[in-house]
Design a protein around this ligand. Sequence first.
Ligand code: DC
Length: 226
Amino acid sequence: MSQYYSIAIDGPAGAGKSSLAKALAARLGFLYVDTGAIYRTVGLYVARQGGDCGKLEEVLPRLPEIELSLRHGDDGQQHMLLGGEDVTEAIRENAVSRYASQVSAHQPVRDFLLDMQRELARQHNVIMDGRDIGTVVLPQADVKIFLTASVEQRALRRCRELEARGQAVDLETLKKEIAQRDYDDSHRAAAPLRQAEDAVVLDTSQLDLQQSLEALLTLVKERLPL
Ligand code: DC
């Protein structure tokens, strides 16, 4: 048994996982681990090397050469490092979402990243967000939340987020991309996105960030002696 607490937050893209997990981590003093950022960094690396992220034979030989690390700043912000380069911003490009989804469908990529994720939970109280945290990475997590929202709401949120970064996107295109990514993430053979049997579902379609955070805090406090 780990002496640390772990909270697993899984769910589809744009459900508010990262904003909420980050805010919750700050409130509880836990380490926030964004596992999507790790897959994004692998996708960015392979794409930069000219590899096709959808082809295992182009991804696999590149895994041992990736110098991937994760660092938390004093503000609790997670930074992704590729070699010496901080790619925290670069991995948020819209194209990288697709590369991440593609590399994440390969089981050897998932195996390659498993230890790194588990090690963080062995050493810290963590709130980890992703797709398979409650089912595969931390099946013994103390609290499991499955966070979701309608495709419309998620597309709207992603649209605002990208606009705030100065990236113009079409809402309808985003909706299609999100629906496609949901389908791909939940129908792949390797660790498909699914709710753990013992996860609590929180649908944030009708909730703003503050209301969602309060709902999450209540769920966690009911389950952990904090
Ligand atoms: O959460 P995100 O959108 O940054 O994740 C990027 C991609 O990585 C997404 O398509 C699903 C995949 N992913 C995964 O397969 N397993 C995780 N634990 C986290 C992300």
